[in-house]
Design a protein around this ligand. Structure first.
Ligand code: G
Ligand code: G
Ligand code: MN
Ligand code: NA
Length: 250
């Protein structure tokens, strides 16, 4: 396939770049960190979004090289941000199956000089549902280093609350489908309310994804949701814009 060949070439030439979307503390309005989201600047097709090539990268195994590159870039970019600002990196379940995630992370931290406590790894339910002893051991080892582990896209897929007992997450990110129409939709409100209460009980930070309107923000604040992310605050931006974004909030 043409896209696969071009993607392989783009990874080899190291042209994929993370863009960064801020995570906002909803009680103070301050930026606590940024999620790294991969972008592919293509000479003819413009900026290609990850939805168009992450699935191909996963099918072809290119996700290992892509993931390693994103982790390295995100850590070295974040190492130059102010000390209290964290970076969140998405990890494909395939990376856990194929490579040694622990040494990958340790290498990226060492090369960049980033403190482990400033790195968050976003994983999905699929990974935890595999209930692999090896995966669980890796997650515990990462956490022992001081790296934080977030459950991404919570509420989609085959959610089972039992995995929240088998692994201690630091953060749960509510999928954006629950945030749509939050202001007008009582069912969505009830779901968000119960996830926030679950988070309080477990001592886990709750982040709402895909916050687009002031009305959604008001609802999330009313429910006591800790953190928000979405176009209302900012679209994902290249690293050159990040220092300016942080200055502007002061
Ligand atoms: O930026 P956008 O909303 O288009 O991202 C789409 C999807 O791509 C999201 O589900 C996100 O988790 C995923 N994604 C973005 N960057 C990365 C990455 O570096 N690695 C992996 N595995 N997934 C990513
Ligand atoms: O990793 P994850 O699957 O959660 O990726 C987040 C995705 O959601 C990224 O592709 C990002 O560009 C996208 N996104 C971020 N904020 C918003 C938003 O406010 N609205 C919508 N529709 N998408 C968003
Ligand atoms: Mn994510
Ligand atoms: Na998500």
């Amino acid at each position: 396939r043409k896209t696969e060949i071009e993607l392989r070439d783009a990874i080899q030439r190291d042209v994929l770049r993370p863009h960064y979307q801020p995570l906002i503390d909803l009680s103070t309005g301050h930026i606590t960190g940024f999620e790294a989201l991969v972008r592919w600047p293509h000479p003819e097709r413009g900026m290609i979004p990850p939805s168009e090539f992450i699935p191909i990268a996963e099918e072809t195994g290119l996700i290992s090289a892509l993931g390693r590159s994103m982790l390295r870039q995100a850590c070295s970019d974040a190492a130059k941000w102010p000390d209290e600002v964290r970076v969140a990196v998405n990890m494909s379940p395939l990376q856990f199956r194929v490579g040694n995630v622990l040494s990958l992370v340790m290498d990226a931290l060492k090369q960049s000089g980033l403190s482990p406590s400033r790195l968050e790894l976003e994983i999905t339910e699929t990974l935890v549902l595999e209930k692999s002893g090896q995966v669980l051991a890796t997650l515990h080892a990462l956490r022992a280093l001081g790296v934080r582990i977030s459950m991404d896209d919570f509420g989609t897929g085959y959610s089972s609350l039992s995995y929240l007992r088998s692994f201690p997450f630091d953060k749960i990110k509510i999928d954006q489908s629950f945030i749509r129409d939050l202001a007008a939709n009582r069912e969505a409100q009830a779901i968000v309310r119960s996830i926030v209460s679950l988070g309080k009980g477990l001592g886990v930070i709750i982040t709402a994804e895909g916050v687009e309107t002031e009305a959604e923000l008001r609802c999330l604040r009313a429910e006591g949701c800790h953190e928000g992310q979405g176009y209302l605050f900012s679209r994902p931006r290249p690293n050159v814009d990040i220092v300016g974004l942080l200055q502007a909030q002061k």
